[in-house]
Write a new protein. Structure first.
Length: 374
């Protein structure tokens, strides 16, 4: 159960209930509150919502108006429910396609990240081997020589490799010399090997092996740096494409979430499956900085005048077929309860209330699907 106290709000206690007092409303305690009920038959009550929005903006100067809740439910055998379910089916197909693509791309993204990790690991050996001041220079050089023998020369099984020549041609000292001799560049190979006190044949073979290794090391270092740069750009591009697909799927998920969250209203006594009926709940938050009407200025830059308005519709949707339109749309006639609450909130209070509403939605979804709250 979501509690307002967890978000540093004192809960409003309803005092105008006819049969029950001290009833918690689930809203923070306001400075003032008003309750308006409008009931009509045969006339649309949709314009009331837009009239209030327009009045807040134009007449009262509330330029910042946010919609916090938009939930609807319709009786199962109503025409409105049938049209809504048709659209929902289309949205669900779209969502499944987008999510399948996103899942595939995320899997590929993991592989790219893994490839970058391997590249960074390999480049670490190269950087240490070229850094003469590094304490791990020798171990990095030995590691690279081991990789070169395994990948380029074919390992111990190849007769032409360092280990193969030591075994087949009895150059037993060759592996030890290769792993203990570390010229800085390929041009320094001859000078470094000539200073060694070994016979000419051993020096020739060592020069050949060291020169081949150093050339491989220099070329692959450049290649790996370029490859890492392009892989990083590809990773960024891949991530941006995933974000693009996520932005495409969000409107569909939001609509489907609205249908899921309306399941609570489906249990209401005001909604009967065999009747033509619907229930709609809308909540908006209007904000502005209050100012002196004479000077037109304000010293307050922190606390905003906030009006929280909740529209609770219980309507009979009447489907109208438009011959030259793009779709059919219902006109809602019935009853609407409008509850207005005023607050003086700062930015932190507003964020806390939004977090409260978001947690309430997640708790409701968790009741429908326990795996969400697990």
């Amino acid at each position: 159960m979501v509690n307002l106290k967890d978000f540093k709000f004192k809960e409003e206690i309803c005092e105008d209930a006819h049969l029950q007092k001290d009833l918690e409303t689930g809203y923070p305690e306001p400075l003032k509150r008003y309750w308006l009920r409008l009931e009509t038959s045969g006339q649309s009550i949709e314009e009331l919502y837009f009239w209030i929005i327009n009045y807040l903006k134009v007449n009262l100067g509330y330029g910042d108006i946010e919609k916090l809740m938009d939930v609807f439910a319709a009786s199962q055998h109503s025409a409105f429910f049938g049209v809504a379910m048709q659209r929902t089916g289309v949205y669900q197909d779209k969502v499944s396609q987008f999510l399948a693509t996103i899942g595939k791309m995320v899997k590929e993204l993991v592989q790219i990240v893994r490839e970058l990790r391997i590249l960074d690991e390999r480049l670490g050996y190269y950087k240490d081997s070229y850094d003469t001041s590094s304490k791990s220079r020798e171990s990095a050089e030995i590691t690279l020589k081991g990789i070169w023998i395994d990948m380029v020369e074919g390992g111990a099984k190849s007769p032409a490799s360092v280990y193969g020549m030591a075994r087949e041609l009895e150059f037993t000292v060759l592996p030890d010399l290769l792993f203990s001799t570390h010229p800085s560049t390929s041009r320094d190979v001859d000078e470094v090997v000539n200073d060694l006190e070994f016979n000419r044949k051993v020096k020739e073979v060592l020069k050949r092996k060291l020169r081949a290794f150093m050339q491989w090391k220099e070329n692959t270092y450049k290649e790996l740096k370029t490859r890492r740069k392009f892989t990083l750009k590809f990773l960024r591009q891949h991530y941006d494409v995933i974000k693009m697909y996520m932005s495409w799927v969000k409107p569909y998920l939001k609509y489907i979430k609205m249908l899921r969250s309306s399941e609570k209203k489906m249990e209401s006594a005001g909604l009967v499956g065999a009747f033509e009926g619907s229930m709609i709940e809308i909540e908006i938050l209007a904000k502005k900085l209050p100012f002196n009407e004479i000077t037109g200025k304000t010293k307050n830059e922190e606390y905003k005048a906030c009006i929280l308005i909740n529209f609770d519709y219980t309507t009979t949707p009447e489907m109208k077929f438009v011959s030259e339109g793009y779709q059919r749309g219902p006109i809602h006639a019935g009853k609407v309860d409008i509850k207005m609450r005023s607050y003086a909130w700062n930015k932190k209070n507003i964020e806390n209330y939004k977090a409260y509403r978001a947690k309430e939605d997640m708790e409701l979804l968790g009741e429908v699907d326990p795996s969400i709250s697990a």
